[in-house]
Structure formats: C-alpha cells, structure tokens
Write a protein that binds this ligand. Structure first.
Ligand SMILES: N[C@@H](CCC(=O)N[C@@H](CS)C(=O)NCC(=O)O)C(=O)O
Length: 265
C-alpha cells in the first residue's frame, strides 16, 4: 500500500488530560492522515516506574495493531516513552532513519533505532527483563512467539484488508477503497476467530496465569477491528477480551486512542 505524504509543521504545546500529564510536544499538520489524528501528536507517557525523563520514542499511529501492541508492552513494563503518531512512509527524518521501509512502528532509544513491533519487543525484553511479557520457559516462549506471529501475519493480515479499505483509506486518507479486498478479508476472518475461540482460556490468559505478548498481540488486532464494527462475539473469546480490557495498560492506551486534541481557535 502506498500513502501520500503529509506536510508537517512543528510547534510546542502543552495540555492536561484525564488526570495525568499529557504533553503534546509536536503538532503535525497532517492532511488526511490515517495513523494520526489531524494536528496530533507526540505524547509523552511518564510510565509507571520511577524513571524520570523520556528517552524512548515510538513512531506510528495508535490505530495500527502493531503500534498499539508495542505501546501496550511499554505500558506493561512501566517504561516511559513518547508516542509520535505518523503514518507509514511519513517523511519525518528521525522516523525514516530507523524504519528503512517506512513501516510503523519504529522505536528510537537513545542512539539506537529499530522497526518492526516483534523485533522491538524482543529488544525491550532483553534490555528491560523486569516485568516480562515473554515467558522464560522454552515451550511457553515458543507459544508466545507463535501467537504474536499468528496475530501479525494471519489475523491482522485478514483484518487489515477490511480496516484499510473500509476505514483508513476512504475515511481518513480519502483514497478509493478496494471493496473486493475488504470482502476477501471478511471471508478469511472466521478461520482466525474459530482458532482464537479454540485456544481462549476460561479464565486467565492465553498462556496460563501470566499475561503475555500472546494476549497483547491478539487483543490489539481485535481493537483495530473495532474501527470497522467487528468485535469478538464468540463466548470464550469475548470473555477473555473483556479481561484484557481491564488491564491498566489497556485502559491507558484506550485513553490515548480516545484523545482528541482541541482544535486551534
Ligand atoms: N511486521 C510488522 C508489520 C508493520 C506494518 O506492516 N505496519 C503497517 C501499518 S499497520 C505499515 O507500516 N504498512 C505500510 C507498508 O506495508 O508499506 C510489525 O510488526 O511491525
């Protein structure tokens, strides 16, 4: 998919939001931007740890399941970061320097940069092993990676055909929509839904007692599908997804997702 590039301008703005500090450090005037709201967006999150200052910067719009997945991992780990919402292929130099193919998300950590949500999460897990999102035990670790891979390359692969062609393209980018592709995605999704229902636990999480990347990756795709009116309706899946929704990390990201900057006067 190719996306035409926005023109951007930058200003420094501070706002307060929902009982916690939200700092808008950059305004990007982005015409019909699928991945950021117009006039959004770099938002700093103090994190739950005692770290002061923000060193990590995430690039990408939160509507993307891959960007949301990464932000949820950062929240679960209590790491402070700044989210700069921009679309794939944005010309922002800092972003392009670390995302060679223009894909979102990308992460900058000091002078280190990386793209691809799974690669970034592997890096974060190695660098910040406290509050793990990947199990240490070999079989469980393999299963976690399987769910991440399933979520990204099977579930999201089908879901994004619908999201792009029924929401992002026509509503945000004003691009013509490929309805045939959306229909194809719709036809593919039930197989993923049936699989998720077959593995969704009656209680707890996909890998047992610990909430892991497996839950984050799969739930994040469902959240993106909500933009096109698709919600989990199979019973075990719906109950598991509701439990995910209770996580403080999920609630925080939901706030970000609901956040609308005030229009300039
Ligand atoms: N496997 C990658 C997928 C990233 C990805 O495809 N992101 C989409 C946005 S949801 C994108 O950047 N698309 C633009 C493109 O494929 O050129 C990850 O997990 O980060």
């Amino acid at each position: 998919m190719s996306i035409s590039m926005p023109k951007t301008s930058r200003t420094l703005t501070s706002v307060s939001g929902a009982g916690r500090r939200v700092v808008l450090v950059e305004e990007s005037v982005i015409a019909a931007n699928a991945y950021s709201r117009p006039r959004a967006t770099a938002i700093s999150f103090p994190g739950n740890c005692n770290c002061s200052g923000v060193s990590m910067q995430v690039f990408g719009g939160i509507i993307s399941p891959f960007v949301r997945k990464l932000c949820l991992v950062l929240e679960e780990k209590g790491l402070p970061y700044e989210l700069t919402q921009l679309p794939p292929h944005a010309q922002d130099a800092a972003f392009r320097a670390i995302s060679p193919f223009g894909k979102i998300p990308a992460l900058r950590d000091g002078d280190y940069g990386l793209s691809d949500s799974s690669a970034i999460i592997a890096y974060l897990e190695a660098r910040h092993p406290e509050r793990p999102v990947l199990p240490a035990e070999a079989c469980a670790r393999g299963r976690a990676m399987w769910f991440d891979e399933f979520a990204d390359t099977i579930f999201a692969h089908s879901g994004l055909k619908i999201l792009f062609n029924r929401f992002v393209g026509p509503k945000l980018l004003k691009l013509p929509c490929d309805e045939a592709l959306a229909v194809e995605g719709e036809a593919e999704l039930p197989e993923s839904f049936a699989y998720i229902e077959s593995v969704a636990p009656e209680s707890g999480w996909l890998l047992g007692e610990d909430f892991t990347l497996a839950d984050i990756a799969v739930a994040s795709v469902f959240r993106s599908l909500a933009y096109v009116g698709i919600t989990p309706d199979l019973p075990r899946t719906a109950a598991w997804y509701a439990r995910v929704g209770e996580r403080p990390s999920w609630r925080k990201i939901a706030e970000v997702e609901a956040y609308r900057p005030k229009k300039p006067q």
